[in-house]
Design a protein around this ligand. Structure first.
Ligand SMILES: C[S@@+](CC[C@H](N)C(=O)[O-])C[C@H]1O[C@@H](n2cnc3c(N)ncnc32)[C@H](O)[C@@H]1O
Length: 461
């Protein structure tokens, strides 16, 4: 076999025209057809680049000079944007971000799913009126510098903490609580956890915020179970932040990157805070999965409800149901909803949330969607609509096969990864389904992530 020689060389300079963005927001240029990824370059721009790394099928470059600037380029408002790994698109206008996300979804559906874009409507991305301060959960690692504590996000591709007072995509109340806890703990000489020596006490500070109720929960994630100066610390925090309704300690004694440990104990107040999505009330505990952008979650779920087009007589299955958010939303318009989820605690939350809202036409099961739904099928359960909202890796193939066997009239696919959505659509299309519409929703402004909800219907033969 002849060895293909890349047309670029390390440390050499080239002129580049940028056509696209990578999954982490770098510009993509093709030099003699060879893809080169260049941070801080935008589609529509051209410039001089220096090659910094060459791999077999692609390379990395650094932007040296911009020849032509995109009209959508903006100065990133966050002072630590370049160091922090949290956002990737603050240098692109919000309109530019929404347009890029729609284009990306179309491109991936056509390339991976072989979707015919003349027949499937991919709508413009639904954005936020104010795409800042949207995150309802802050979860920041704690470190030490010159004897004091620092807390913030990890620098790109490292575990070095960037001390941060304000994160522009975070609810400002969450930042204020993190700052106060950091200052109080510094003052009383609390030691931050050191992942190299596995010593120290405070690992992470987590704050959750109920968007509708304004209730807040503070979680100390610590290496050991002791709690120095507990009484005075709690008194100071609760006096300063009357919206805090719950203070919890989570103990994580392991050498691990996983943030939460197994043991949680309530230090003060309630085990839960409450929030609403639409008219449904949710109890949120320290470990519950709850969407981080509550405003856009409502938009997403309303679209899912619209695509399910329920009249009140339908049986619905909600696969990958988490704490039952979509199930409870749909139950108001369906005869019966079955939800399935792999995490037992999430199903406990789902059942409690059903009781909290007096919703009785739902049934929840713990297990893999790909194991439980075939059992339901064997027991004679037939869904008119199946909603799937899988993790990034998409649906298990055997679940897709059960959907093809069960033949619901509609599948509503909620996806956080267009690539696996496209892969799964190809299987459903081959099995007799037709994708009708896709609605991208911007759940995570200023990042590369895009959420989609799709309506897929059984073809009439
Ligand atoms: C993207 S979340 C969706 C949760 C929920 N629909 C919501 O909007 O809050 C995906 C969920 O699938 C669950 N999960 C992952 N693999 C699973 C599987 N094989 N079977 C069932 N649930 C699974 C995860 O625990 C997670 O709660």
């Amino acid at each position: 076999m002849t060895k293909v020689v890349p047309p670029v060389e390390k440390n050499e300079y080239y002129d580049a025209v940028f056509e696209d963005l990578t999954h982490d927001g770098a510009g993509v240029a093709k030099i003699e057809g060879f893809p080169v990824f260049v941070p801080n370059a935008l589609p529509g721009e051209s410039g001089k680049i220096k090659i910094v790394k060459v791999k077999k099928g692609y390379g990395y470059g650094r932007l040296i000079e911009l020849y032509e600037q995109s009209p959508e380029r903006r100065a990133a408002p966050c002072p630590v944007y370049k160091q922090c790994g949290g956002c990737q698109l603050q240098h692109l206008s919000y309109k530019g971000q929404l347009d890029h996300k729609q284009k990306h979804v179309k491109e991936v559906l056509a390339r991976i799913g072989k979707v015919n874009l003349d027949k499937v409507i991919v709508h413009p991305t639904i954005g936020m009126k104010n795409p800042w301060n949207y995150r309802n959960k802050a979860q920041v690692p704690v470190g030490e510098r010159e004897g004091g504590l620092i807390a913030g996000f990890y620098q790109k591709r490292t575990h070095d903490i960037i001390d941060m007072e304000r994160c522009l995509i975070q609810q400002s109340e969450n930042d204020e609580v993190v700052q106060a806890v950091k200052n109080i703990c510094s003052r009383i000489g609390i030691q931050a956890y050191d992942e190299l020596t596995h010593q120290g006490w405070l690992r992470h500070i987590m704050v959750r915020y109920g968007y509708q109720t304004k209730e807040m929960m503070l979680v100390f994630i610590t290496r050991t179970k002791d709690f120095p100066n507990k009484k005075s610390m709690i008194a100071e925090i609760t006096a300063k932040f009357p919206n805090i309704k719950s203070i919890v300690q989570n103990i994580n004694p392991k050498r691990t990157n996983v943030i939460l440990g197994d043991e949680t104990r309530i230090l003060w107040g309630s085990e839960y805070i409450y929030d609403y999505i639409g008219n449904i009330k949710f109890a949120i505990s320290a470990k519950s999965f709850y969407q981080v952008n509550p405003e856009q979650t409502k938009v997403l779920y309303e679209k899912a409800l619209e695509y399910a087009n329920l009249s009140g007589n339908e049986t619905v299955i909600d696969a990958y149901c988490g704490i039952g958010t979509i199930s409870l939303f749909l139950a108001q318009k369906a005869k019966k909803v079955y939800g399935v989820e792999i995490v037992p605690e999430a199903i406990e939350d789902a059942k409690r949330n059903a009781r909290l809202n007096n919703i009785e036409n739902v049934e929840f099961a713990v297990g893999e969607a790909e194991s439980i739904i075939p059992k339901w099928y064997e027991q004679g359960i037939r869904a008119d609509v199946i909603v799937v909202d899988p993790p990034r890796k998409g649906c298990d193939e055997s679940l897709l096969q059960t959907i093809l066997d069960m033949k619901p009239k509609k599948v509503v696919y909620v996806s956080c990864n267009p690539a696996t959505l496209a892969r799964d659509i190809a299987i459903l299309e081959q099995g007799g389904y037709e994708m009708k519409e896709v609605q991208p929703v911007d759940m995570f402004p200023h990042t590369m992530h895009v959420e989609c909800v799709s309506q897929i219907v059984l073809r009439k033969n």
